[in-house]
Design a protein. Sequence first.
Length: 208
Amino acid sequence: MRLLSMERDDASNNRLKKVSIVGFGGLGKTTLARAVYDKIKGDFDCRAFVPVGQNPDMKKVLRDILIDLGNPHSDLAILDANQLIKMLHEFLENKRYLVIIDDIWDEKLWEGINFAFSSKNNLRCRLITTTRIVSVSNSCCSSADDSVYQMKPLSSDDSRRLFHKRIFPDDSGCPNEYEQVSKDILKKCGGYHWPSLLLLVLWLVARR
């Protein structure tokens, strides 16, 4: 994913970089974020992957971030939001960190969380968010150094290739005798341009 390239060595790339992945439900935002996390997490001093969802509790989100980063302080449960933000800010000082906050729905929640992440950190940290809401994505990436990654549905060709690859894993492609059947399945499924839905259909077909 080019947005997360670590190879550039210009001064601006040393600053905290925020990336927001935005798109409809079912497009695979969480899957992409998790794949990026698993690929690059070894490059950081500490890391966290925290799901949020609708109707989140600010204090719980902050506690989960701290715990996932490796700071299970015994007093976390009794601290208020401001104290948790301060603790998180202090814990991350002079550390290179990777934090992914998955499925944010509320701009106000982001504004609160964002206070904990200092823009003065020059250790090439990464803060990644996923959301279905464009305005939230824009709020998460408000500076010139930040990037919004817009996920889009699969094209018809990509849907067909994914379908065939999963059903016929030997790379031989779809046999002629199954070509019409596969077309009929994709057609009845509305083309299945949403990866998560297509994979569900593939799972059901594979179990038959």
